[in-house]
Write a protein that binds this ligand. Structure first.
Ligand code: BES
Ligand code: ZN
Length: 441
């Protein structure tokens, strides 16, 4: 499902590995290990079960490092939001590209439970992915863990009723009317300015709300950050974000059409509606809430990576992060899918509980991308609790993304799906923003 978007893409995936491997396969079925060059091998991480399959294909493969990951996965056969903790030994392997198709085949045919593998651009990236969980755990000891109590019904319930599809629809229209929102294009720069202007207009005259752009050194498109300063614990921050850039597959010029209506005008529009409702209710959070529109997500999570890195360096206490990336296309039977990889299990459970408390008619499922598919992974990589509620199961997502056809028309000119995410995001923002007693781990 990884879409190849740019040479700058940092994360590679199964498809990347297969693309690399294909020419080799055409000439030699079994590449001799001695003939392997740097380009003919790939660093991958994979779970114990997939590693076993790989050893059956080539008994000589060695695991360069292993680490036990603790993950939250849905309970088998459960139709509820229940999660269970699972542990898996994850390996780093430097593998001949020629073996990748056979590995992929084995993973698909041998078992449905097997998690597959992730390819990395370098040894360093493979090790950093392996250790990401450890980093997450060590930082978790320093950061604030919220209680995840749901006790602000009086505030949340009336706000949820005020979410308007028409507002979301009009913001998606405004953003997808830009020729593109590419990270280096003049339109991409203008779209960031437009989002700042929209958010400033919504903030009105409130002195506790500021809107700023975060400048990135390597490209012209800026991220946008709106801050509602907390009244009681201003140093504790709740982040709710979406990416403001868009892309299409293949070569992109300044004039390329890339509407990105679902990916990810829908996420920015969802956030914008949450902001509108919070301000309309004069909501003053006890913790600080930040709305973020990230630049350059499609280039490899570039904008959010810089922001998360800066926050960690400044030891900012980010209590929780919610990523909205594609909220307006119902590709699967359920309304909302909570993605379980590169995310925080406790916060995911909280999200599911928010849905069952405030939106009992919505159905919730679980899935995963299998790689760091959006900006939540930048925060996760820096040890912060992140979640990704998504529009569909991974293989059922909007088929038009990354093309000129990712338009409102191809989502039925409606925003009722994104409205569900706006309601959930309001519940998340107000329950975490108002806070219960803080639990120190
Ligand atoms: N919105 C997508 C992520 C996505 C697509 C999630 C389909 C689930 C299903 C995001 O903007 C994106 O395109 N991500 C890239 C990877 C990123 C590191 C550049 C992708 O998935 O190819
Ligand atoms: Zn995308």
């Amino acid at each position: 499902m990884l879409r190849f978007v740019s040479p700058a893409l940092r994360l590679t995936h199964l498809a990347a590995a297969l693309m690399l491997a294909t020419p080799l396969l055409a000439t030699t079925a079994q590449a001799a290990p001695a003939a392997a060059t740097a380009q003919s091998q790939t660093w991958i991480t994979l779970g114990e079960q997939a590693f076993g399959l790989l050893r059956k294909i080539d008994p000589d493969v060695r695991s360069e490092a292993q680490r036990e990951w603790v993950m939250q996965t849905p309970k088998p056969g459960s139709h509820s939001a229940a999660l269970q903790e699972s542990r898996e030994l994850v390996h780093v392997v430097h593998i001949d590209n020629a073996l990748l198709p056979a590995l992929s085949e084995a993973i698909h045919t041998d078992t449905h439970r097997c998690a597959g593998f992730v390819a990395h651009a370098s040894r360093a990236e493979a090790f950093s992915a392996l250790n990401g969980q450890q980093e997450a755990q060590s930082l978790a000891r320093k950061v604030v863990v919220p209680s995840y109590t749901i006790d602000n019904q009086d505030q949340v319930a009336p706000m949820i009723t005020q979410v308007q599809d028409s507002q979301i629809l009009s913001t998606i229209q405004t953003l997808s009317d830009f020729q593109n929102r590419y990270y280096t294009s003049t339109y991409g720069v203008a779209a960031s300015d437009k989002i700042m202007a929209m958010w400033k207009a919504l903030a009105g005259t409130r002195s506790d709300i500021t809107v700023e752009q975060f400048t990135h050194a390597g490209w012209p498109q800026k991220s946008v950050i709106l801050t509602i300063k907390g009244t009681a614990k201003p140093k504790e921050i709740v982040v709710m974000g979406a990416h403001l850039d868009s892309i299409v597959s293949g070569k992109v010029t300044n004039e390329t059409r890339a509407p990105g209506a679902d990916d990810d005008a829908s996420g920015i529009a969802t956030l914008t509606e949450v902001l509108r409702v919070m301000v309309a209710n004069n909501y003053k959070p006890r913790r600080t809430i930040q709305f973020m529109g990230y630049a350059a997500e499609e280039e490899g999570l570039l904008g959010s990576a810089e922001i998360a890195k800066a926050y960690k360096r400044q030891l900012k206490k980010v209590v929780g992060v919610l990523q909205l990336d594609m909220t307006n296309y119902q590709g699967s039977a359920k309304d909302i899918y909570i993605y379980t990889d590169y995310t925080n299990g406790a916060q995911n459970t909280f999200l599911a509980n928010l849905a069952s408390t405030y939106l009992p008619t919505l159905t919730v499922g679980y899935d995963k991308c299998g790689y760091g598919c959006s900006d939540h992974a930048s925060w996760y990589g820096k040890g912060y609790a992140a979640s990704l509620p998504f529009e569909a199961a991974f293989t059922d997502d909007n088929p038009y993304i990354h093309s000129a056809n990712d338009t409102l028309a191809n989502m039925g000119n409606q925003a009722s799906d994104a409205a569900k995410f706006a309601k959930l995001t309001l519940a998340f923002g107000v329950e975490l923003g108002t806070d219960g007693p803080t639990v120190k781990p």
